[in-house]
Design a protein around this ligand. Structure first.
Ligand code: IPD
Ligand code: CA
Ligand code: CA
Length: 264
């Protein structure tokens, strides 16, 4: 592993663990909930977690840019950019439904190269660095070996914007929605799920899980099959633009792309 990443991965893991601790401190209490838009809530825990993560990164790596869901992009102009979702699964969290995660990624020249997704309730840490495999709590993980969409394969969707994909969804008999895109990507990486489709996600939802999934042997692209990365410096993803994704175990990717195209 390159020296920079040897140092950065434990830093990112500890940061995610401590941010998860902040989420657990607030969890189960009555939250101040604000609506960013109809159906899109934010709690004080989202903000406290992001403040902590951003501050830690800025202290350790002052030259790096930081993009967080709640406070946007720092002004630092750097080939390195962190993409942070301080609480992925806020709608679950706000209702005391215990499925949510912290997601932290590092991109270099628009390509995610390091990802950590931490689920504090189960104390599960998914991690990866490009070229060095993916792990769950330190144990290597890999995608499953299903070669086609099968009646017993699990496949996750978000519920948002999915009406246009109904024909594709009819090929999936065991659709799931955990309410956290980062955990969907990690669930494909760990082999629990065959795939995941989300049309409303942003860079901070996707970047960490994308590295973890690719390092576990899977594939993540735009639902059209086009590459998501590298991002150009002026890509709208850095300004909260949508980064829709299709994530699979790799083997069923083309089959999914074909069916999704056919259902547009
Ligand atoms: C949301 C979750 C959800 C996905 C949405 C995201 P949030 O993130 O990841 O699964 O479908 O597009 O916005 O708001 O809980 O951080
Ligand atoms: Ca999110
Ligand atoms: Ca969030």
């Amino acid at each position: 592993m390159c020296q920079v990443l040897v140092e950065i991965l434990p830093f990112a893991q500890e940061t995610a663990h401590r941010a998860g601790g902040i989420l657990m401190d607030y969890y189960g209490q009555s939250h101040q909930i604000e609506h960013k838009s109809p159906g899109d809530v934010v709690t004080e825990a989202d903000k406290a977690s992001e403040r902590f993560v951003t501050q830690r990164i800025q202290e350790a790596y002052p030259d790096h840019a930081v993009l967080g869901e709640e406070f946007g992009l720092s002004s630092a102009n750097s080939s390195y950019c962190w993409a942070i979702d301080p609480l992925d699964g806020t709608a679950n969290y706000a209702k005391h439904f215990p499925i949510f995660a912290v997601s932290i990624a590092l991109l270099q020249n628009g390509e995610p190269i390091l990802g950590v997704v931490y689920e504090p309730v189960t104390n599960r840490t998914f991690s990866a660095v490009t070229g060095h495999g993916a792990t769950l709590n330190g144990t290597p993980i890999s995608v499953n070996s299903n070669h086609e969409i099968s009646p017993d394969g699990l496949f996750s969707f978000s519920s948002r914007n999915m009406k246009s994909r109904l024909p594709f969804m009819q090929h999936i008999s065991k659709g799931r929605n955990l309410g956290s895109a980062a955990l969907h990507l990690c669930s494909v990486a760990a082999g629990y799920m065959d795939g995941s489709l989300d049309l409303g996600t942003k860079l901070w939802d996707v970047a960490a899980g994308a590295v973890i999934l690719q390092e576990a042997g899977g594939k993540v692209t735009h639902p059209s099959g086009n590459a998501l990365f590298p991002l150009q410096p002026n890509d709208p993803a850095y300004a909260s633009g949508v980064v829709a994704f299709l994530a699979t175990n790799g083997k069923i990717h083309q089959q999914c792309v074909g069916l999704i195209d056919g259902s547009s």
